[in-house]
Design a protein around this ligand. Sequence first.
Ligand SMILES: [Ca+2]
Ligand SMILES: [Ca+2]
Length: 217
Amino acid sequence: MYNHVPEESYQRMKPLRIFPKAIFLLLFGTLLFFSAQCGDESSTPTLPTACQPQGVNAISVLDSALACIPTNAFADPSNALGPPDAASTGPGKNDFKGFVSLGINGMVTLYMGSCIQDLPGPDLRVFQSVSSEAVEVQVSQNQNGPFVSLGMKNCGDPGSTYSNSCDFDLAGSGLSNVRVIRVFDREVFTFPGVACDNAGSSPGADLDAVEVLHPSS
Ligand SMILES: [Ca+2]
Ligand SMILES: [Ca+2]
């Protein structure tokens, strides 16, 4: 139904009609400003090439295929970067920080801060939080493979960090100076029959960090 608006009232409403436009332009301008400011942060970082070292931990997530989404409450792969930093933050089953739960047979591909050399003894350490869930490590000299498996281990060796760990050796892989590693959850070998539903909110292996024990100089 059409309602007649007296001329005097219409004049009083004019500033109110302009006001939303001004707000819109202000918000749009602010959005454009912050988009430009944040542009560099969202771009892919330039990774060191060949064996130019940049620390001994993982420095970039190249790829991931996490499983048990959406019940997986720890689905940020960037928690596998840097030195081990996982911790308990409270008594609840979700009170943790610093790791990514891979989910049943889930995986993440990481670019390491150094190439890994094969020297006597283990060359690579995986930090895995909570229990001793099994992981498999595969290595490659580039992101697209081919990947060679270094085997599978229950990842529960205690150490000085909150996370447990397990060590892998390049010996026998036929590879040296590898910089790309892929970590798979293999909890199904530790606990046959485990599935997304019964692994709770942190399903599968909980990857905190990876460390190169024998970096190439
Ligand atoms: Ca070795
Ligand atoms: Ca971490």
